[in-house]
Design a protein around this ligand. Structure first.
Ligand code: CA
Length: 226
């Protein structure tokens, strides 16, 4: 998949720079969404839930610093890599303690920027490039290892979490018990498939009505909106 490493939101008002960044990120295996307008960027973050944001400081509508401040005020810790036009802006970004994860100064090499994005994703807690997945009312965040529906958070064991994450990563895809055993537990055994059923039952008991797990009779399980 083209966006196997996660979606990067690029907020940049200069089309030539946005194009170069987009092409280089795509070549490196990231999904990319470009937004030229600062005022639209916050809505994009909420809608797309990117794995990381590349944020130009000078933008029409709302500047990069205001966008980052608004995100952090709302407890949104999506990694932010600032792109600045001037060295003195770097001091300002650091001084404001915006919770920026890194920055580059224009002109920058696209290869350097891609490397920085990879670094930011590795350093920020969690699995690199795995954006939270939502199926129906339920969201699973593999980076923070959280499972929630609105305000309600579910306490899952590590195995329950990994099993649910595996199903929710590919909504609608039906997995056999053997596949789940091999891909989640890492071993294959026909006798062990009962283990899968037990964990599915426990997940359903914990998740109640928000459970996205469907039994496909004679085949296995899939996660989909009920
Ligand atoms: Ca700009």
């Amino acid at each position: 998949m083209a966006d196997a490493r996660g979606l990067v939101l690029v907020v940049e008002d200069e089309p030539a720079i946005a194009d170069v960044v987009r092409l280089n990120l795509a070549k490196a295996g990231y999904g990319v969404h470009v937004q030229h307008d600062g005022a639209q960027a916050l809505a994009d973050v909420r809608r797309l839930r990117p794995a990381a944001i590349i944020l130009d400081v000078g933008l029409p509508g709302m500047d990069g610093i205001e966008i980052c401040r608004a995100l952090r005020a709302g407890e949104d810790w999506t990694p932010v890599l600032f792109v600045t036009a001037r060295d003195d802006e770097v001091d300002r970004i650091i001084g404001l303690e915006l919770g920026a994860d890194d920055y580059v100064t224009k002109p920058f090499s696209p290869r350097e920027l891609v490397a920085r994005v990879g670094g930011v994703l590795r350093r920020t807690k969690g699995v690199p490039g795995v954006a939270p997945q939502t199926v129906g009312a339920l969201t699973i965040d593999a980076g923070q290892r959280r499972t929630y529906a609105g305000e309600r958070e579910f306490a899952l064991t590590a195995t329950e979490f990994d099993l649910l994450a595996h199903l929710m990563r590919r909504p609608g895809q039906v997995f056999t018990r053997e596949q789940l055993l091999s891909e989640v537990w890492g071993y294959s055994s026909v006798a062990g498939t009962r283990t899968v059923d037990v964990h599915i039952a426990q997940l359903r008991a914990k998740l109640g009505a928000t459970s996205p797990i469907r039994t496909v009779r004679g085949v296995g399980y899939a996660a989909e909106s009920q």
